[in-house]
Design a protein. Structure first.
Length: 338
């Protein structure tokens, strides 16, 4: 198979792209052939005002550039592919911008937010994060929030969220829900990775699991820096495909500025120390820098390597296209509409 042709023609979705907090990296994703990328426009501790400022900055950038397109429905991604643009999908990694006011779901949906992660490792108003020792499940507010997200056709994202809290959400949702960037605990038993029944529950909603390239969720560090290969990452894809089927696996690669080569070691260490001090990371789950992405896809410019790796692993062309983006496109269409 011709990997370059498949990659060039495919709809490619990276559903988690916090690296785009630094907008200069838009060009990196474009060079890598990405059709739609999802910057993290707000997180767990961000206020409504901070989220509004970030969204306003993105809306200005999108409207001032002919090569970018705001993604609000599935057909926007298809139009971006046809017109040589890159789609920008607004994603919250945490529910901080809603505070405890469910009406803010309507407000941010109107501004383009189309996917919301329930927690970020810690306990919040919604439920428990995946690093909490006790997981009480969705709170009353959390259940009301899932219902409101469903009503507004915003995708429920269970990544970074505790086991019981995710299972509660997946049993409650009436629309496809996802793990936007989660790897398999059966392949590598990190607390941040998900169990097989979590993946099955997401697939049962019609949703999917997006695998992440973050190194310490692919392989253990073993006393040093985790140095996964692309084949190590694809082992997680293989596991999910065998578990839930080819239609329920995608990419949420989670390139971010604290990973080499986007950051020098001093800056990466500073970011890591702040996250640990604020309780977002524990060193057991998030080992200290340096952090190395799989060298075959070290940066977004190199994403042809993902297509080559899937083909080398034995995936057929149609299945490669599904993993690269068509599965995400199906979920988007089912939740958002055409």
């Amino acid at each position: 198979m011709d990997a370059e042709r498949i990659h060039r023609d495919a709809v490619i979705v990276d559903a988690v792209a916090p690296l785009l907090d630094k907008k200069r990296y838009v060009e990196s994703y474009k060079v890598g052939g990405v059709t739609c990328a999802a910057p993290t426009v707000a997180g767990e501790t961000d206020s409504p005002a901070l989220a509004l400022k970030a969204i306003g900055s993105w809306l200005h950038s999108i409207r001032s550039r002919k090569d970018l397109k705001l993604v609000q429905k599935a057909s926007d991604i298809e139009a971006a592919k046809r017109d040589g643009q890159m789609g920008i999908l607004f994603h919250f990694q945490g529910t901080g911008p809603f505070e405890t006011d469910l009406n803010l779901v309507e407000a941010f949906q109107a501004l383009g937010v189309r996917m919301v992660q329930l927690t970020y490792n810690r306990k919040d108003y919604v439920g428990d994060g995946c690093e909490e020792e006790i997981d009480g499940g969705l709170s009353r507010f959390g259940k009301a929030l899932v219902r409101r997200l469903n009503e507004n056709r915003v995708i429920v994202d269970c990544t970074h969220t505790g086991y019981k809290t995710t299972m509660d959400a997946l049993s409650l949702t009436t629309r496809p829900a996802v793990f936007s960037h989660s790897n398999s605990a059966a392949v590598f038993p990190s607390k941040r990775n998900i169990q097989d029944d979590q993946a099955k529950a997401a697939a049962a909603t019609g949703g999917l699991v997006g695998v992440t390239a973050v190194p310490w969720f692919i392989v253990p560090a073993n006393g040093g820096a985790a140095r996964p290969s692309l084949d190590d990452l694809i082992a997680h894809i293989d596991h999910f495909v065998s578990l839930v089927g080819i239609d329920h696996v995608g990419l949420g690669l989670d390139y971010w500025w604290g990973t080499l080569p986007f950051s020098d070691l001093e800056a990466a260490m500073s970011d890591w120390e702040q996250a640990v001090s604020k309780g977002f990371y524990t060193p057991e789950v998030y080992p200290p820098p340096p952090h190395y992405n799989p060298p075959e896809i070290e940066t977004p410019e190199m994403l042809l390597g993902m297509t080559e790796g899937l083909i080398r692993r034995g995936y057929k062309e149609n299945d490669v296209r599904k993993i690269l983006g068509l599965n995400w496109l199906r979920v988007f269409r089912e939740v958002w509409g055409e």
